[in-house]
Design a protein around this ligand. Sequence first.
Ligand SMILES: [Zn+2]
Length: 255
Amino acid sequence: MSDEIESERPRYKRTNFIKPIPESGCCNLSCPFCYVGILYTKNITSSETEKSKLEHDDPSWEVEWIESNFSAVLNCKNCSNEVFCLGDGRVSEVQFEDEDGYSRDYVTEYKPKYFHPPIPQFLIAEWIPSEIKVKINDAFALAYCDFASCGNKLRVVVEEVMNSIDPDGKGVRLHKRIEALKEENEKIKEFLMAIKWLGNEASHEGELQEYEVAFAFKTLKLILDKVFIDPSIERETQELKLHAQHINRDAVKAR
Ligand SMILES: [Zn+2]
């Protein structure tokens, strides 16, 4: 492992999993049907929780205490496919500029947790084996509601990828199988290992950060492209490589 690695693990930039969806308009989420269209909020229905209603009697009650559940229908502007979404609503104060200078108001932020069908984090190529596709879709379904479970599922995808690369190694510990990869797969070794470690971290600590899940999806896409499309693909390799080196180094230190 290189000594040039900075001590702090870089935060792979991505905030989609923790971003609220708008009450109307563009959600910046890919359509799970056509993959090229973007989803827009068609309608949202929300309802304040009973616990939240009871809290109104508290003398120190503030508007920002309001909690609600919501359901929303999103639709794709390209293919008209509809996606159903459930999540939590939270009230927060916002400042905006107007003719009097600055004013304040309260808005409800709709934080999505579940989408049906799941939002794709990348396009799964047709020729990816179906057993891998199924597991990737399982990980997509967990991306907004449970980062740790999503990390576990991505580790399962790595096992499936290893079954494709090395069908005779089934039953051998994943760590050993990755370590034993031959020269032609040398370039994906540290990426596979990093996702494996994140899956382990998710199991042992029961939590994973949003940016680690974002990194794992991006890295998985790179692995799939290298294994099933073209081993020479180098897209975003340096940024992902640096993050993977940090994860692998921290995991080895913690052993
Ligand atoms: Zn679409």
